[in-house]
Design a protein around this ligand. Structure first.
Ligand code: HEC
Length: 151
């Protein structure tokens, strides 16, 4: 049994070298891109944006940055969700293509990892900058792919 297993692993390993990008992974997306956006990505991104920068209220300017370790951890959590979201967007079933879409998805992960680092360091300025970068990636991908027939 163990030998058969090893042989299988070796075979998979060898085929993997030839056409790694065409490999079929046993993944199945849980809904549409729209569901992914509204149920997964947007709430997590809000967790970052809602903790970065300032808002003007009736009482004046309010600093949104977390004031406790727990607060910063929630931002870190949100950033990890968004970062992993970039990987998820490349799954069969979400990915519109393997070109620009992939670039945007990777860009999302890269920007979210900056937000994670900022939250780890409790650096409000860096978090604000990373939040802006995340927003530009969302916008860029939407400009390219939203309201497209079939996309
Ligand atoms: C790789 C491309 C891509 C990236 C990156 C991306 N989106 Fe989207 N998003 C889409 C596409 C495509 C749709 C349209 C889905 C549909 O309606 O079928 C969409 C739709 C949405 C919607 C529904 C919008 C509406 O008005 O109907 C929301 C909300 C959303 N995205 C939020 C985000 C946020 C927040 C980010 C960044 C953190 C983000 N998206 C990043 C591709 C992307």
């Amino acid at each position: 049994m163990r030998l058969i297993l090893l042989a299988t692993v070796l075979m998979v390993g060898t085929t993997g070298c030839g056409g790694a990008s065409q490999q079929q992974l046993p993944t199945k997306v849980t809904g549409s891109v729209y569901d992914m956006m509204t149920h997964y990505l947007e709430p997590a991104a809000d967790g970052i944006w809602g903790s970065a920068g300032f808002v003007i209220t009736e009482d004046g300017e309010v600093d949104l940055q977390p004031t406790t370790d727990e607060g910063w951890f929630l931002v870190e959590h949100a950033a990890v969700v968004v970062a992993e979201g970039g990987n998820l967007l490349m799954l069969d079933g979400y990915a519109a293509d393997q070109a620009d879409w992939t670039e945007y998805a990777k860009g999302l992960t890269a920007a979210a990892l900056k937000a994670r680092a900022a939250a780890e360091q409790q650096d409000a300025d860096a978090l604000f900058a990373a939040g802006g970068e995340i927003y530009s990636v969302c916008r860029a991908c939407h400009n390219r792919y939203m309201n497209q027939p079939g996309g």
